[in-house]
Design a protein around this ligand. Structure first.
Ligand SMILES: Nc1ncnc2c1ncn2[C@@H]1O[C@H](COP(=O)(O)OP(=O)(O)O)[C@@H](O)[C@H]1O
Ligand SMILES: O=c1ccn([C@@H]2O[C@H](COP(=O)(O)OP(=O)(O)O)[C@@H](O)[C@H]2O)c(=O)[nH]1
Length: 215
């Protein structure tokens, strides 16, 4: 999909995360071959960061902070799917039924939404929040988009804390009820943890303890 530029003209950073009692500080440890400030060429391969974690672990909250602090574009897969539902498009009803049950939307639908956003964005530093949810999602992304993520951040959070946060999220979400939350937690354990383990084995995973993050 993107022409890989001669030599590496995209970011290959290594991040150092420091967790302390009530905040997380993200330090750029060193940067090699940094994309020049203001380089918005769509020909440059984007620097892709996947942000994973259980439901309510704080992915959206922390992505907003990372995006603001470090100038990333923030694409939330769940938000893109919810927009599809409210747009009344042909897949809307099917997506709604799947989200209500805490299940996973077919890869092709989610990936097409993510791809469209990446293509529309001038920003070459992209945070993909809440995707991939399954190994099947991951493999489909690699095959359709043709790239692997440069970095994967995992917000690790105790289950009881996630439940507490989701029940007080108060955003009127159809899936923030105890029955659907139980299902989402099961799906996370069964399908998303293997993705997290996969990226850990590839040396791409940065684990952050969510209880030490500030809102
Ligand atoms: N570190 C935190 N401490 C307490 N509450 C938090 C924290 N991070 C997020 N929250 C709250 O928990 C809820 C879920 O967070 P959110 O970022 O939406 O999670 P996710 O995107 O992983 O589902 C939100 O109401 C948010 O304000
Ligand atoms: O790649 C994705 C991302 C989200 N979802 C669906 O959208 C819901 C909400 O996801 P989101 O990331 O917004 O919230 P979280 O469950 O992490 O709180 C999930 O339970 C899934 O049903 C999906 O099917 N594929």
């Amino acid at each position: 999909m993107w022409r890989r530029p001669a030599l590496f003209s995209y970011w290959i950073p290594s991040y150092l995360w420091t967790a302390s009692s009530n905040y997380i500080d993200l330090h750029v440890h060193h940067l090699h071959h940094k994309v020049k400030e203001g380089d918005t060429s769509k020909q440059v391969r984007p620097f892709i960061t996947f942000v994973l974690g259980g439901p309510g672990s704080g992915k959206g909250t922390q992505c907003a902070k990372i995006a603001e602090t470090f100038g990333f574009a923030h694409l939330s897969a769940g938000e893109l799917l919810r927009k599809e539902i409210s747009s009344g498009c042909e897949n809307g009803e099917m997506i709604l039924d799947i989200i209500k049950e805490g299940n996973i939307v077919p890869s092709e639908i989610t990936i097409n939404l993510i791809r469209r956003e990446i293509e529309l964005s001038e920003n070459r530093k992209i945070l993909v929040d809440g995707f991939p949810r399954t190994n099947e999602n991951r493999i489909a992304f690699e095959s359709i988009i043709g790239v692997e993520p440069d970095l994967v951040i995992f917000f690790d959070c105790p289950e009881e804390e996630m439940v507490k946060r989701l029940l007080s999220r108060n955003q009127g979400r159809i899936d923030d009820n105890i029955e659907t939350i139980k299902k989402r937690l099961e799906v996370f354990d069964k399908l998303n943890l293997p993705v997290i383990n996969y990226y850990s084995s590839k040396g791409k995973l940065q684990k952050v303890l969510s209880i030490y993050c500030s809102v």
